[in-house]
Design a protein around this ligand. Structure first.
Ligand code: NAX
Ligand code: K
Length: 479
């Protein structure tokens, strides 16, 4: 599990650790790790042009001391002092090692730019002259390594209120910061490298966490010798409509490929015909009325993809949500729920799977606000609605009250095509039916969906149905 922390959590841990160590030890450790990463990026240090962007805080100090180490190995190190003050001891050490102070134009000929403008101490949008320095460094020819956090990214939230460094690599000190995993900040982070400075024992429970292959393998249920279809989970899918038949096919396909013991599909004539021809293994109930009478036992429902938003859909949603099993609420069902919030008054668990626009509608705020502060909105929706929230996006979040928000790191832009959300709903619904909690089903579902997207795309455009088909390969790839 990759865990991440807010700036306040990191500061508290650093203070506790620092109290037991001689002055300057942590910065030495940080600088040593940073210099090693810079050297690896450069390949050959001797003769390389390294430009340090140095702000007025300790983030600049890290950059200066890393510069000292690179200068001692023969790099030509130049420091651009952007702040009103500078870490004096660090600057003196750099000068002694042969480093020079230069203007911002130095970035135009750098092999490597080390962004030490600001780290966890940032507040608000970058001020001048930082913002201009960032713009120039982003356009320069060199590789860019961010110290601790790309300057301009809020370490605690991932918000990017103004200019920000677009890093190829971010070398983060002690522990990962929340803002490096959450969009938009995650999009500025590049490859993430963690330098161990000994903080581990002092860290509290994480603010956010990202699953890894091993975590997902441990969480997924393994069918035992005594498994039957009920033990492996029966998932009900209420999706599709006369207008939208494909969503039903994709959601059922997602569920079937994610290990459900059985899929029961309920819908009207047109989607029923499509589901029947695509998935002979689905057990189908054709609905003339919005009723679940005679549908049989299910252990979790997937509700909403392509369902429509008329009276029929509303009544069907009401009946599904009146059941006493977990329900995944997606797509059109989210529209129904935002119109009629009483639908969510139930005691069994609910996993909602909105994208930013759908969450904005549910929370009655502008979409841009959700996009700018995804973490905050996912958390608030989970608390206010009393549900588990899976907020879709390039980094999908799963929020549940009093738990670290799970961040999915397997996503790929290839998945930004129509219908992939329907597959995700089916996959996560199948995991719910197999007994995973909403929190685990949402985060494992997003993880497998991302992996399957990568496998299905394999560097080329993908067809959504292939994502469902690639789920078993994604599961196999975990071990
Ligand atoms: N405290 C420690 O023991 C350690 C700190 N480390 C480094 O120290 C950093 C934190 O240092 P600081 O607390 O000095 O804070 P920072 O260096 O992150 O930033 C504080 C400085 O940035 C300026 N600033 C804040 N917002 C700004 C904005 N929007 N535009 C322009 N300037 C802005 C402030 O005026 C202040 O001078 C970490 O990110 C990490 O790089 C590491 O060396 C590890 C050990
Ligand atoms: K930085």
């Amino acid at each position: 599990m990759l865990t991440a922390y807010t700036a306040d959590q990191i500061r508290a841990a650093e203070q506790a650790l620092m109290a037991r160590l001689p002055d300057g030890t942590l910065m030495e450790r940080a600088a040593a790790g940073l210099a090693a990463c810079c050297a690896a990026m450069l390949g050959r240090v001797y003769g390389a042009r390294v430009v340090l962007l140095v702000g007025s805080g300790d983030n600049g100090g890290d950059a200066l001391y890393a510069g000292v180490r690179l200068a001692r190995r023969g790099a030509q190190v130049e420091a651009v002092l952007a702040g009103s003050k500078v870490h004096e001891a660090g600057l003196a050490a750099l000068r002694q090692a042969g480093g020079r102070v230069r203007g911002i134009e130095a970035v135009d000929r750098a092999d490597l730019v080390v962004d030490g403008l600001v780290g966890i101490g940032v507040t608000g949008a970058l001020r001048e002259p930082y913002a201009k320095a960032v713009a120039r460094a982003n356009q320069g020819p060199g590789l860019v390594v961010a110290v601790d956090v790309p300057s301009g990214v809020d370490a605690s939230t991932g918000r990017v209120p103004g200019a920000a460094i677009q890093a190829h690599v971010t070398v983060t000190m002690g522990a990962c910061k929340t803002g490096l995993l959450i969009d938009p900040g995650a999009g500025y982070t590049g490859r993430l490298e963690l330098v161990d400075i000994g903080l581990g024992a002092y860290l509290p429970d994480p603010d956010v966490a990202a699953l890894t292959d091993g975590d997902v393998a441990d969480l997924l249920p393994e069918p035992g010798a005594e498994s039957d279809k009920y033990r492996r989970g029966v998932v009900g899918v209420a999706a599709g409509s006369e207008e939208y038949t494909g969503a039903a096919v994709l959601a059922v396909g997602g569920a079937l490929h994610a290990g459900a013991g059985m899929v029961r599909y309920v819908g009207t004539a047109a989607p029923v015909a499509q589901v029947r021809s695509h998935w002979p293994e689905a057990v189908i109930t054709e609905l003339r009325e919005p009723s679940l009478d005679g549908v049989g036992r299910v252990q979790a429902w997937v509700l909403g993809p392509g369902l429509g938003t008329g009276d029929f859909a509303h009544e069907l949603a009401r009946r599904v949500l009146a059941s006493d099993v977990p329900v995944l609420v997606d797509a059109d069902a989210l529209t129904l729920v935002s119109r009629d919030p009483t639908l969510l008054r139930r005691s069994a668990p609910v996993l909602i799977t909105p994208h930013a626009g759908e969450l904005a509608r549910l929370m009655r705020v502008p979409r841009e606000r959700v996009e700018a502060s995804r973490l905050e909105h996912a958390r608030r929706a989970a608390a206010d609605l009393g549900v588990t929230v899976l907020l879709k996006g390039s980094t999908t979040l799963v929020a549940e009250q009093d738990r670290p928000v799970r961040v999915n790191r397997t996503g790929t832009p290839a998945l930004a095509t129509g219908g992939t959300g329907d597959v995700l709903a089916g996959v996560a619904g199948a995991l719910l039916a197999q007994g995973l909690s909403c929190y685990d089903a949402g985060s494992c579902g997003a993880y497998l969906h991302g992996l399957a997207g990568r496998l299905a795309a394999d560097g080329a455009p993908l067809v959504t149905a292939d994502v469902a088909a690639a789920i078993p390969a994604a599961i196999r790839s975990l071990s």
